[in-house]
Design a protein around this ligand. Structure first.
Ligand code: THU
Length: 135
């Protein structure tokens, strides 16, 4: 699946199911795994605002639940003025599974911005720190 198809999947298969009654900001994500499978995520808001789940983290949870932990690329799309940035919390969650993941940010207007996760979150905290601890 190429980047354009991944963006389309994020829009037509994920974002359309976003539950965003509070912000009205619907986000779709499509996560391409090393084995070629694609997992989807949409933002899921809550009346307790802080419990809101971002589309990207929903996609990661779906992939991991299905046994995929190696990610090639993530497309994230919303109807904003610029390609949808990935929030800091989602960058950290993605970093758990590898710095090389390609992040494809897009908006409904068709603007696209691409970056590697390691460039979006340099100096990420990873399990390397924990495994180095002498206990
Ligand atoms: N949101 C995402 O799903 N992903 C992001 O990277 C940024 C923000 C959602 C959370 C919330 O439901 C809405 O967008 C507004 O913040």
């Amino acid at each position: 699946m190429d980047d354009t198809e991944l963006i389309q999947a994020a829009i037509t298969e994920a974002r359309q199911n976003a539950y965003a009654p509070y912000s009205g900001f619907r986000v779709g994500a499509a996560l391409l795994c090393e084995d070629g499978r694609v997992f989807l995520g949409a933002n899921v808001e809550n009346a307790v605002y802080g419990l809101t789940m971002c589309a990207e983290r929903v996609a990661v949870a779906n992939a991991v639940t299905a046994g995929c932990r190696s990610f090639e690329a993530l497309a994230v799309v919303a109807d904003g003025p610029t390609p949808c940035p990935v929030c800091g919390a989602c960058r950290q969650v993605l970093a758990e599974f590898g710095p090389e993941t390609r992040i494809i940010m897009a908006n409904i207007a068709g603007e696209v911005k691409k970056a590697k996760l390691k460039d979006l979150l340099p100096t990420a905290f990873t399990n390397e720190q924990l495994f180095n601890e002498k206990r």
